[in-house]
Ligand binder design. Sequence first.
Ligand code: ADP
Ligand code: ZN
Length: 631
Amino acid sequence: MNQDKLSILKTRFGYTDFRPGQTEVIDAILAGKDVLAVMPTGAGKSLCYQIPALMLEGLTVVVSPLISLMRDQVSALRAVEIPAAFLNSSLSPGEYADTLRRASGGDYRILYIAPERLRREDMRNLAEAMCISLVVIDEAHCVSQWGHDFRPSYLLMPDFIGQLPRRPITAAFTATATGKVREDIIAMLRLESPFTLITGFNRTNLYFEVQKPKDKLIALLRYLREHPNKNGIVYCATRKMVEDLCQTLQTRGFAVTRYHAGLDDWERHKNQDDFIYDRKSLMIATNAFGMGIDKSNVSFVIHYNMPKNIESYYQEAGRAGRDGEPADCILLYSPQDVRINSFLITNTQDEEAEKDPLLVEHNLELLKQMTWYATSSDCLRSRLLSYFGETASHYCGNCSNCNTQYENIDITLAVRKILSCVYRIEQMGRRFGKTMVIDVLRGGKTEKIRNAGLDRLSTYGIMADADPHRLRLIMDALVNWGYLIITGEEYPVVSLAPSYRDVIGGEKSLTMMLPREDAGLKSQPQPQKQKPEAVPAKPLPKTILIKAALNEDGESTGDLFARLKELRSRLAQEAGVPAYIVFSDASLRDMCRKRPVTGDQFLTVSGVGTAKLEKYGEVFTRLIREYGKER
Ligand code: ADP
Ligand code: ZN
């Protein structure tokens, strides 16, 4: 080990800091532990195994389900001078044999393999020739039939690992995994007491919206016209819809291409490349498109039809904004989507499912959750996150419901009433949970209230008309702001914190984002135990801030950005790789900000390590110098 992980991050990949979770996973692998890492798309899973691959003796084998993904990953690694290769069906027999021979000769640090190749005899020979120290399973949820992308060939994995002369460290990565899928991954891949990391699913740069348009085509066209020159994916439920929509958009002059399982291999590849290489800005596709597509500059994903579960939705929608830039995830919902999906689930062609009526039931339940998302007027992000088992704030400020169904409300008076109610109860020498306090405020006529004598309090019934759900949200906020404290041995009870006097004393006024009174939240189904969490009085409108910053940036440096992009595209073409392999948009933007004109300065740009400095430093700094002189 001649370099530590941080210096590899800097010199090879050109980044200054690890992202959340990366350090932990890398350390676990280096300590020889198995790993299960659940990290959202764009979190930076690849580096979690690529860096250990450079630090461990021997070869790292990465099992990955998609050919395009492998090709991209290998190009990206080669771009920073890390010897890597892939073995899959896109290679000719000659190339295949050659790659295998070189792998056995120790020419690569990282070898990507399609799962169905694991069965082959030649893999055994490779394992005998080379010490395989780390096996990485990418998109590990494919091993679970409870997930949404089950791939039988993933079941070959344990046998492959089992027959290696020395058991390698096994690390499984996925972006989506509910508890059940997680358990499956550990069991099916036979991970040995793995270090498990689950980073938050929240991706703050994504804006979520549900529309229920009368005419989906009109809604789509409106969006496309309002967002010209942006790359995006439109997902449809069926091949036929893909065909029709693609045709319609083509005749209207949009730069559009299509993808579904009915096209022959050649055309699928071509269309996918057209999109990835920015030759076509719009991709119309079924859900066959996208897994492992590593295109970072997708700025919207529109679902023309509702998918059949939240996992698929979040994964597909999550292909937007991988570069961290603001991006839109829009679902065009109609009740017909529910009917089509439940028909597909109950009339499945899948043999596994036919054998297992439980699976059908399970899938119908997942569809119900998806439908709740589409019809909810709660914060969409909180719906998604709580589906994945995360507690989320009840208000995110960056989804269509938060933007239209919530308003900033002065709650000073309500807060005074709540706090005095708690005060009165404490004066009686008693303490109760939130539900009871709410009941007292609303003048509930329960036995418990009468027995405790709470109906004699002066605050009894002073908020008779208030919605209990709202009162709970406000009380949660009070806990969050530290005016109330939760304690309790047997069950949680509320009591006053000393700072309550600031509010009761009448000096302070408080506001918070709450569902509008007319938003009809009360009638919404509540499928899950949600634990709403309070937000500070004036939550920052995130998107608006980000967008404003961008505009400012865009105006002053738009020109330069366009020229950097042009240069990038030329270099990418010459090298025959997608533009983002040369540099991500984020790197170009960093160049706009830093305007590096020397090699040293160029090295400070995010995504520039020594290899990229050598390859591109000269041309990019020259362009920036020239740009500076013209001004
Ligand atoms: P995932 O596989 O989790 O979807 P990737 O591994 O493709 O994500 O990483 C997404 C993007 O983030 C890539 O462009 C990658 O280079 C970048 N990235 C990864 N780690 C870091 C880091 N520590 N600092 C800055 N950028 C990073
Ligand atoms: Zn929201």
